[in-house]
Design a protein around this ligand. Structure first.
Ligand code: NDP
Length: 327
């Protein structure tokens, strides 16, 4: 039997956490033969609820689950973890200024970065889910300088999967037959869902859909605003789909993407596609041997360029705002 992998979930008593931990314990994130030890962190007001989640994990008797650490202590939570899924964050409350939310999250991510830096296993892989996800990941990178920058990512896989879902519904084909959509940029409504290189049953999506107006309009806004549509329908934000896509993100990163398929991940920009270096920006990536690589050489038309630049611009502004919260 393989040695267990320690997986940290922060904000584990929250909605996404509640959907995510059983998926991890069932092997959906790391595979059906990979034992796991779950480290769950939450804040003191959520300690009792967190303990309830731990009780349910015990009750579910997951064969792969070799241990559970449920704690409000950041150091205990981060110690020895191989994978960290950062779901905890300060939610935007009504009447709060953008800067106030940013400042709360900057201080959370600064503290958690320092704990991961000191106590996580070498080569720990980090996925930030909590919003503003890209910028939280950037702060984490800044304050965990010994963690390789390639190990710090943010979640745009939900947006990617939403785009696959929309195309599959429109063309009435299986979602597993649609691939290579791209989410560029920020995990926010400025993201650019791009189908220019996507295929369905092996043919270009644009040729099959035959409706550029829809692809350049309603398709994009539907993906961008899907989160709000879920809140409207469910009265709570998306949780099962967010949890499932977090598993997809880590699984593909660790196990690899299938030949000829790429996925979207928020990663540290090296300047590819003229995206400013030093932002955490969502790119198309392939993964092999536990490492992602940005897909290179895709032709970018003028429509795409504008949208890619606009979302980069928003990220640069967020970065400046985050840094202003540090001083
Ligand atoms: P959720 O579990 O619903 O969401 C957690 C985070 O994920 C939020 O920041 C949310 O952003 C973000 N997110 C990113 N993508 C998505 C998506 N597609 N759909 C929904 N959410 C998305 O929030 P809960 O409030 O239920 O749980 C949060 C937990 O974090 C609580 O248990 C709380 O105690 C903990 N917490 C921890 C803090 C800390 O570590 N210091 C501080 C505050 C809370 P958005 O807000 O934009 O929806």
């Amino acid at each position: 039997e393989k040695d267990p992998v320690r997986v940290l979930v922060t904000g584990a008593a929250g909605q996404i956490g509640y959907a995510l931990v059983p998926m991890i314990a069932r092997g959906i994130m790391l595979g059906p033969d990979q034992p796991v030890i779950l480290h769950m962190l939450d804040i003191p007001p959520a300690a009792e609820a967190l303990n309830g989640v731990k009780m349910e994990l015990v009750d579910a008797a997951f064969p792969l689950l070799k241990g559970v650490v449920a704690t409000t202590d950041v150091v205990e939570a981060c110690t020895g973890v191989n994978i960290a899924v950062m779901v905890g964050g300060f939610p935007r409350k009504e009447g709060m200024e953008r800067k106030d939310v940013m400042s709360k999250n900057v201080s959370i991510y600064k503290a958690q970065a320092s704990a991961l830096e000191k106590y996580a296993a070498a080569n720990c892989k980090v996925l930030v889910v909590a919003n503003p996800a890209n910028t939280n990941a950037l702060i984490l990178k800044e304050f965990a300088p010994s963690i390789p920058e390639k190990n710090i990512t943010c979640l745009t896989r939900l947006d990617h999967n939403r785009a696959l879902g929309q195309i599959s519904e429109r063309l009435n084909v299986q979602v597993s037959d649609v691939k290579n959509v791209i989410i560029w940029g920020n995990h926010s409504s400025s993201q650019y869902p791009d189908v220019n290189h996507a295929t369905a049953v092996g043919k270009p999506v644009r040729e099959l859909v035959k409706d550029d107006e829809w692809l350049n309009g309603e398709f994009i806004t539907t993906v961008q605003q899907r989160g709000a549509a879920i809140i409207k329908a469910r009265k709570f934000s998306s949780a099962l789909s967010a949890a499932s896509s977090a598993c997809d993100h880590i699984r593909d990163w660790v196990i690899g993407t299938p030949e000829g398929t790429w996925v979207s991940m928020g990663v540290y920009s090296d300047g590819s596609y003229n995206v400013p270096a030093g932002l955490i920006y969502s790119f198309p990536v392939t993964c092999k041997n536990g490492e992602w690589t940005i897909v290179q050489g895709l032709p970018i038309d003028e429509f795409s360029r504008k949208k890619m630049d606009a979302t980069a611009e928003e990220l640069s502004e967020e970065k400046a705002l985050a840094y202003s919260c540090l001083s």
